[in-house]
Design a binder for this molecule. Structure first.
Ligand code: KIV
Length: 294
């Protein structure tokens, strides 16, 4: 499977001639194991957990403690992939000092780097976190934590000045020490310009094919939900449909008395059964289909 992915190794992928980086957003141990067995390069424990798993309408509802809880679940699987912990809204907006402490909380939970949203205005925070020896991934374009300022989850950088501002933002993040930058929800041509303008890998989501890597949320890739997805999502499985069908079969088996079967039940030793005055083992099935044999 190869050696452990680190932030410097991800950084070194820029213009390396290697295939594009693969990042998935995952929030728990089974998902992290799946992603890692599939050979992804980076697991982002994203604040999208708020919407994808916790049922909120936006990402603003999760706290550093929530994120640390999910980071720890992913990190416990000891993936080969680099683990990036997402700094949630208000964890790096109040002061640089708070930002560094919150980044450290995610590292102590198991993150090997952190991600935060925003461009040039985040330079002091990025510099301080990097100075605390924590690798930082930037995130520009459609930044979901700015949903109210953007007026919704809308594509960014469609106009000339906004496109040029995105390039400036990405350059500022690179200069501040980011080892990679997520480009979310920007026109493909703008993502290509940003990618050309910086010396660190860009990882796109809804940003076209020119980025140095791509990220999708694991639940979207697997079709764990069948709600209408944004156009950039490609589903590679329909696990929601498979899951509903499996649960329907389970319910039918329970209601028809077919579950649990004998082999799915624990049994008393014959002498204990005898001492209890129960039917001798091997003589037949008890009610519900369970025999008394061990
Ligand atoms: O939280 C998240 O899943 C993200 C990705 C969409 C990049 O930030």
């Amino acid at each position: 499977m190869g050696s452990k992915l680190t932030a410097p190794a991800v950084r070194a992928r820029k213009d390396s001639g290697q295939p594009p980086l693969v990042m998935v957003t995952a929030y728990d141990a089974p998902s992290a194991r799946m992603a890692d067995e599939a050979g992804v390069d980076v697991i982002l424990v994203g604040d999208s957990v708020a919407m994808v798993v916790l049922g909120y309408d936006d990402t603003l509802q999760v706290t550093v403690e929530d994120m640390a809880h999910h980071v720890a679940a992913v990190a416990r699987t000891r993936p080969r992939a680099l683990v990036v912990g997402d700094l949630p809204w208000m964890s790096y907006h109040v002061s640089v000092e708070e930002a560094v402490r919150n980044a450290a909380t995610l590292v102590r939970a198991g993150a090997e780097s952190v991600k935060l949203e925003g461009g040039a205005k985040r330079v002091p925070v990025v510099e301080a976190i990097v100075a605390a020896e924590i690798p930082v991934m930037g995130h520009v374009g459609l930044t979901p934590q700015s949903v109210h300022v953007m007026g919704g989850f809308t594509v960014q950088g469609r106009q000339r000045d906004a496109a040029l501002a995105l390039i400036d933002d990405a350059r500022a993040l690179e200069a501040a020490g980011c080892f990679a930058i997520v480009l979310e929800g920007v026109p493909d041509a703008v993502a290509a310009m940003v990618t050309d303008a910086v010396g660190v890998p860009t990882i796109g989501i809804g940003a076209g094919p020119a980025c140095d890597g791509q990220v999708l949320v694991l639940h979207d890739v697997l079709g764990l939900e069948d709600r209408i997805a944004p156009k950039f999502v490609r589903r590679y499985a329909s696990l929601k449909a498979d899951g509903v069908a499996a649960l329907e079969r389970f319910a039918e088996d329970v209601r028809a008395g077919r579950f649990p079967a004998d082999r799915e039940s624990y049994h008393l030793a014959p002498e204990v059964a005898a001492a209890l005055g129960l039917e001798q083992p091997g003589t037949g099935e008890l009610a519900g289909g369970a025999s008394m044999t061990a």
